[in-house]
Write a protein that binds this ligand. Sequence first.
Ligand SMILES: Cc1ncc(COP(=O)(O)O)c(C=O)c1O
Length: 402
Amino acid sequence: MTDDLLRYRGEFPILERTTYLISNSLGAMPRGVYNSLRGYADSWAERGVRAWEEGWWEMAVGVGDQIAPLIGAHAGEISLHQNVTLTQAVIASCFDFRAPRNKIVMSTLEFPSIQYFFHEQARHGALIDLVPTTGDVGLDLDTFLAAIDENTLLVPISLVLFRSSFIVNARAIIERAHKVGAHVILDVFQGTGVIPIDVRALGVDFAVGGVLKWLCGGPGVAYLYAREDLRTTLRPALTGWLAHQRPFAFEPGPLDARHDSFGFLNGTPHIPALYACRPGLEILNHVGVRHIREKSLRMTTRLIERARAHGWTVNTPDNPAERAGTVSIDCPHAQEVSRELLTREILVDYRPRAGVRISPHFYNRQEECDFAIEQIAEILETGAWKKHAAEPVAAGNHQHTR
Ligand SMILES: Cc1ncc(COP(=O)(O)O)c(C=O)c1O
C-alpha cells in the first residue's frame, strides 16, 4: 500500500537522522521554521518598531485562524496565550469561587499542571473534587459523572489522557455539566492534529490546547476557544490592555472590555513563537486531520499487536474509538529500555504507570514503528537495558518530556 503522507517527510529534517516517535511530546520541527524565524529577525532588525503596525499586532489573529479548523472552531473564535496552564488561569479568572457553587471536578489522570493550578485556587474558595479511577488507562465515566453536581462550577478535563492516550467521552461529561449548570474546560492538547475534534458540535464551553505536540508548532503558543455566548457574557479578571476596546488610546481607569476572542487576552503577544508555529500549522491543515487519523490508527493498531505478541502490557485502549495517537508499552525494565532507545536515536519517552510511550505521526514510516518494537525486544534479550539500571532520574535529563 502506498503511503501518500510520506511525501511530507522531507519537510522535517530530524527524520533523516532519528527514528522520531515522540510527537505526543514535541512534534518534529518543519524545515520552514528557519525561514519563518528569519522573517521575524528581519522585520525586527529592518522595520524596528514599525513591525507592530506592519503585521505583528495582527499575527495572532492569523495564527488563531489556522488553528480554528483543526478543532472545529470558526475564524476569529480563538485567542492565543503562552501555555495551557495560563489558558486555564484566564478561564478560571472569569468565575468566583464563592460557595455553594465552588466545586472543581477533576480526574487524578488530568495533566498535573492543571491539577496544581486548581488546587492553588482553594485559597480563593475553590473546593477541589479529585476523582480517582481504577487503573491508569481510562476514566471511570460513571464515577466522574456522579461527582458533577449542582455545586460544581468548573470541570477541567482532557479529551485525550496524556498517559494512556485514552479518548474521554467528552459529550457525556458536557451533557452532565450543562444539566447542573457547570462549565467544562476541555483540554484538547493531546488530540488536536491527530484525531478529529469539533468543539462547536460538542457545544463545549471552553477548549484549550497547545501547538508544540501533534501540530509541530514548537513551544510558546497555546489556544483558547470560548463558546460564542460566553465570549459576550464572561470577563476574565486576568486581563490587560489588549482586551480593551481601544488599547492604543491608553485610557486610565477600568477596562472597557471587548466581547470577542480578544476579550481573553492580556499583555503583549509572544511574537517569535507565533512566527515559529506557522509552518507546522500550514502543513497540518494541508495534510488534513482525517488522513492523519486513518494512518495513525493503522500504526497504533500494529504497535499494540506487536507489543502483545512479545507478551508486554499495553496501557493504551484496544478499542480504536477510545485510542488517540500514542501507544504506552509497559515492557519489563521499561524506563531503562527507553533510555537505551534514546541512545540508539529512537526518540520516545517513559512515564511511570504508562511505560514506553510511542507516538507515530503522519510523517513516520510503518517500518519505524516495527523497528522500535524490534529494538525493545533486542534490548531486553541482550540485557542492554542494564547499562541504564543505576541511572538516577535527574532533573534535566532527556526523559523529562511531556
Ligand atoms: C493534556 C495536556 N495538557 C497540558 C499540558 C501542558 O500544559 P502547558 O502548556 O501549561 O505546559 C500537557 C503537556 O505538556 C498535556 O499533555
